[in-house]
Design a protein around this ligand. Structure first.
Ligand code: GCW
Length: 678
């Protein structure tokens, strides 16, 4: 039965029509594979041809072959079909695929500067076939637009996964290093197929155990398994490791003993893993230790680790997700306040990892004000694939529209159209490192992500890290085709549902700019009434500020003035009620229940309308899914059907809870036409 294990690499037979078109290219291929990485690419192609076309190609010389795969230094006379500009463009990780017609013969050529470029190109050829594209006139030059394309696993050594909803950690530490689960290789294949080139193996709330020799042996085994696929391993480290593991008295980043300890530990790591990627650090946030505990700055801490890694060409990813209850101000503002003054003070191998929004992966957030505000500092974007605030793995939420909303936001920090995407690409300062991190949604569930459609978020993340300008619809299209089938009658309606799914969830959870009103600690169901958690900025009432007069968080000048952290154009846009989109209203404004919305409804009526629309759209999605049963295998069909029923029940719970709770403040009736919740 189909169980989802193969992700988007299913390689099911193509239609007879397509087979007729494709076959001729793959009867004889020239793909010598002298390295493990090239071998990984060739094996994948052969597996793909076997599944898609049912053929086993034979090996030939470049002259005999209808598919030629060679790095540029070996391509010989075929070089004449490649321009210098193309070679320039692809850089070290890109590739060129061309259909070449010469002397009455048509051939496919894949070339690249590096083995990694070849590997990425092989996956592209397979993708073209999986999605039913023509191969007859290809002229593709493609390369990744960001450098570090990485999954952050929040996996603990005991195999629990923080905010993981797909089983336990796939890293079986007990059986490592001796046993290499084939799943590790499939993980690497899936990542390489979408251009992901790094993996942080452990939780940012880091356990020092990972740095012990016994665990470094295990990490090395994973690094060895991933290496052919171009995936480097990284580790999250705890800032106080010199104390906890090294038994020093301090972890002060300027202390010579501490510096010595980190240098030695880093050298030790590289003795196991010569291409180790580097460290990810959560410091001075949510109780984690950090340089501020010793009166030092984020830059002091990050640079000290950067110095230890630099001789080995490793990097530090230092997180900007910082907040603590000792800072009484609006939590929205803390990261900017701490990092903005440090712009330009970080070493060249330090990159600041910034969440898409200023609070915490909410269903909708405005873009983080630090994005664009650090022109002399390397920055990367952190997105959350695991659906901590989006219904875990029971709600169907395609996150690409959320990611795109951030990437397309205009920061105005470098003039008009300096979008987050362009900042993340490093357009404004080519000297900087660039990257995108996705908090993984992967676990031991057979289908990896818990919900068959959650795989799409892993997939979309890779595609957007490769190119932030890819669009959500075409990514969904490719994913649906590869993961299900190429039937238009299936693809079109289901793609529409995927593209709406995030907004549906915003509607039944946090419409009109509401945020952080979920149940405490679990973060699954509604909890707008949450109060008394020991600290104000963990509670829901802190964020919605509802009372009988109105609702919303005033972040204009009359309130916390967090808006002030944005460029003037953005301040005006969100700050002026005439331009602030409904979607962001209560992020920035506290408004009366009778406030008149663009629709002509009052704020109260509009809010109720959104909550009801959210639930109705889930009902509609269930109907669409039901109608698609002829196109989906029974196992996955039933699984999604059941999950959608759970989602519907939860959506109703969110709607009823929020509407009834906020009604205690608005003191207005449920507008006519809506069923009154019990
Ligand atoms: O989203 C919050 C989560 C924490 C998480 C933290 C972070 C890993 O609720 O579980 O800790 O953010 O990003 O550091």
């Amino acid at each position: 039965a189909e169980n989802g294990y193969d992700l988007w690499l299913r390689y099911k037979p193509v239609s007879t029509n397509l087979r007729g078109q494709y076959e001729k290219y793959f009867k004889t291929i020239c793909f010598p594979a002298a390295t493990d990485r090239l071998k990984a690419g060739r094996d994948e192609l052969i597996q793909g041809f076997g599944g898609l076309l049912g053929i086993q190609p034979s090996a030939g010389t470049p002259a005999q072959s209808s598919l030629v795969v060679l790095t540029l230094d070996k391509i010989g006379t075929l070089k004449k079909f490649i321009t210098d500009a193309e070679i320039q463009q692809i850089g070290n990780e890109g590739f060129i695929i061309k259909t070449i017609s010469e002397a009455g013969r048509t051939r496919l050529v894949l070339t690249a500067k590096s083995d990694l470029g070849i590997l990425y190109g092989t996956f592209r050829i397979l993708q073209l076939m999986q999605t039913g594209k023509s191969l007859s006139a290809l002229n593709i030059t493609d390369y990744p637009k960001t450098m570090i394309r990485i999954l952050d696993h929040w996996d603990n050594p005991n195999r629990t996964v923080e905010r993981g909803y797909a089983g336990f950690s796939i890293w079986n530490w007990h059986k490592l290093p001796g046993y290499i689960d084939p799943r590790y290789v499939d993980y690497a294949r899936a990542n390489a197929s979408i251009g992901i080139n790094g993996s942080v193996l452990n939780n940012v709330n880091a356990n020092i155990q990972m740095l012990t020799p016994a665990y470094l042996e295990k990490v090395k085994a994973l690094a060895d398994a991933f290496r052919p696929y171009g995936i480097r391993v990284y580790l999250s480290v705890k800032f106080d490791s010199p104390i906890e593991l090294g038994h020093l008295k301090t972890a002060d980043p300027l202390d010579p003993e501490v510096i010595k300890w980190w240098n030695a530990k880093t050298d030790e790591i590289y003795s196991y893993i010569p291409d180790f990627g580097g460290f990810l650090v959560k410091a001075n946030s949510e109780g984690q230790p950090g340089p501020q505990s010793y009166g030092r700055s984020h830059a002091d801490g990050a640079n000290m680790l950067g110095n230890a890694l630099a001789p080995h060409h490793g990097i530090v990813m230092w997180r900007a997700f910082v907040y603590d209850d000792k800072v009484p101000d609006d939590r929205f503002k803390q990261a900017y306040n701490e990092f903005k003054p440090l712009d330009g003070k970080f070493n060249a191998n330090v990159i600041i990892q910034i969440k898409n929004g200023p609070i915490d992966f909410q269903p909708r957030e405005p873009f983080h004000p630090l994005l664009g505000a650090l022109p002399n500092t390397s920055v990367m974007l952190e997105l959350q694939l695991t659906q901590e605030y989006l219904g875990f793995s029971t709600h169907l939420v395609y996150e690409a529209p959320l990611f795109k909303e951030c990437l397309e936001s205009d920061t105005y920090t470098h003039g008009q159209n300096s979008t987050v995407g362009r900042i993340i690409e490093g357009k404004y300062n080519p000297a900087l490192l660039t990257g995108m991190a996705g908090v993984a949604n992967i676990g031991t569930d057979i289908n990896w992500c818990g919900h068959p459609f959650a795989q799409a978020n892993w997939y979309a993340f890779g595609r957007l890290a490769w190119n932030p300008h890819n669009d959500a619809a075409s990514i969904a299209d490719d994913w649906l085709r590869m993961t299900f089938n190429n039937e238009a009658a299936f693809i079109n309606p289901m793609k529409r549902e995927m593209l709406h799914s995030r907004e549906n969830t915003v509607n039944y959870m946090t419409p009109l700019g509401l945020h952080h009103i979920m149940g405490a600690s679990g973060h699954y169901g509604p909890g707008p009434w949450t109060d008394n958690l020991g600290r104000a900025d963990w509670t829901a009432v802190y964020y919605h500020k509802a009372d009988t007069a109105g609702i919303g968080f005033d972040r204009t000048e009359t309130g916390s003035n967090a808006l002030n952290q944005y460029a003037p154009q953005v301040q005006r846009y969100f700050g002026d009620l005439k331009t602030c989109p409904d979607e962001y209203l209560l992020w920035f404004h506290h408004l009366g229940w009778q406030y008149s919305m663009r629709s002509g409804k009052t704020l109260w009526e509009e809010m109720v309308h959104h909550y009801y629309t959210g639930v109705d759209s889930v009902t509609k999605m269930q109907q669409v899914w039901k109608s698609l049963s002829p196109y989906v295998d029974p196992t996955r069909f039933k699984e999604v059907e059941q999950l959608m029923a759970v989602q519907h029940e939860e959506a109703v719970r969110w709607r009823n809870s929020c509407v009834l709770y906020f009604q205690t403040f608005s003191r207005k009736p449920i507008p006519a036409g809506y069923e009154v919740p019990e």
